[in-house]
Design a protein around this ligand. Structure first.
Ligand SMILES: [Fe+2]
Length: 341
């Protein structure tokens, strides 16, 4: 390290022996280091609260165990700043204990100019290296977060494209998935769910029917009564949805919401005939949002049910098809939005 490189490095000298301080300050200053000195732990603590330093040099005057606390305190107050302990031969044991407690190096008194400067340079080089490592780690973390954000946005756009493809295939359902997602989010907010769960429910609502991509178009668009075999095919769409999304979405809450959005509160739904609170909350919320949106949406083959009648139907099916708490949360939301209902 050159004299120029040293000029901004600040060394804090912690020593109550004035002659020793004068000696060390003179030598280090001649080599371009800026030095400050304190005489006790309280002064050192106060100084470090208002100034940053690159190295601390602590003299160990005796086998005083409280100095080990001082070294430990320095380590906590300025992490990454190397501490060099200096001591006369009779205090060597105490100095070595400070090394065990985290001091970086040890200089036995009396030391030469070369030993002092070599030890100081080595400690400051380590400090510089540590700063560089920390800077690189911060940059790496920021880069990874940025990349993760870009990948997440890309996956989300792909999922949206798949939803549009599905709705183009299933005549008359344009915008259904987004509306289910929006209503689900409002119910989740009304139930005071945490932000992470609300985000998961938003995505699960958007893709709850993605598995219909795997169902034959003629069955999806069949407006007559379905045969038993056709019904069984349609009922596979939650499972197909999980199989499509499983490799892309690493979140069980979302995948379970997709799988169970056709379960009924009384256990009469599909695919697993789950009952009551066995059904994941996200699925119970999407079920209500899906039913309301489906009832009130205009379709080419039937008229929309009025919003009042749809609300009555939700109330009628509390405990059979729907979780009553979710229906109540939905009704609170819809009455806030549309007070006339
Ligand atoms: Fe569905």
């Amino acid at each position: 390290m050159s004299r120029t490189e040293n000029k901004n490095s600040i060394v804090l000298i912690f020593d109550d022996d004035e002659a020793s301080v004068v000696f060390v300050k003179r030598l280090l200053s001649e080599h371009g280091f800026r030095c400050r000195n304190v005489v006790d732990a309280a002064e050192a603590k106060a100084f470090l609260q208002h100034h940053s330093v690159d190295m601390v040099m602590v003299n160990i005057p005796s086998d005083d165990s409280s100095l080990r606390d001082v070294v430990d305190g320095l380590g906590r107050q300025c992490p990454g700043v190397p501490v060099i302990v200096t001591a006369a031969k009779e205090n060597q044991k105490a100095a070595l204990r400070c090394l065990q407690d985290g001091a970086y190096d040890f200089l036995l008194k009396p030391f030469t100019e070369d030993e002092l400067v070599f030890c100081t340079r080595r400690a400051l080089e380590r400090r510089t290296l540590l700063n560089e490592v920390n800077r690189l780690q911060r940059n790496l973390k920021e880069d990874l977060q940025e990349q993760a954000g870009r990948i997440k946005a890309s996956v989300f756009n792909t999922i949206r494209t798949m939803v549009f493809a599905l709705e183009a295939k299933d005549a008359g359902t344009s915008g259904h998935s987004q509306k289910v997602a929006d209503i689900s989010v409002e119910i989740a907010k009304e139930m005071h769910l945490p932000p992470e769960s609300i985000d998961n429910i938003a995505l699960a609502g958007l893709i709850h029917d993605i598995g219909k991509i795997g169902i034959t178009e003629s069955i999806l668009n069949n407006r007559e009564a379905l045969t038993e075999e056709e019904k069984q095919q349609v009922q596979q769409h939650p499972d197909i949805g999980v199989r499509i999304m499983g490799p892309v979405i690493d979140d069980e809450e979302i995948l379970l919401s997709i799988r169970h959005h056709h379960e009924c509160f009384d256990g009469s739904g599909y695919p697993d005939r789950l009952k009551g609170y066995q059904i994941p909350l996200g699925a119970r919320i999407i079920t209500v949002a899906d039913a309301f949106e489906a009832m009130t949406a205009e379709r080419p083959y039937r008229q929309a049910v009025s919003r009042e009648d749809a609300c009555r139907e939700l109330i009628r099916c509390k405990l059979t098809q729907f979780d009553p708490e979710v229906v109540d949360a939905f009704l609170r939301y819809i009455k806030t939005k549309e007070p006339t209902l």
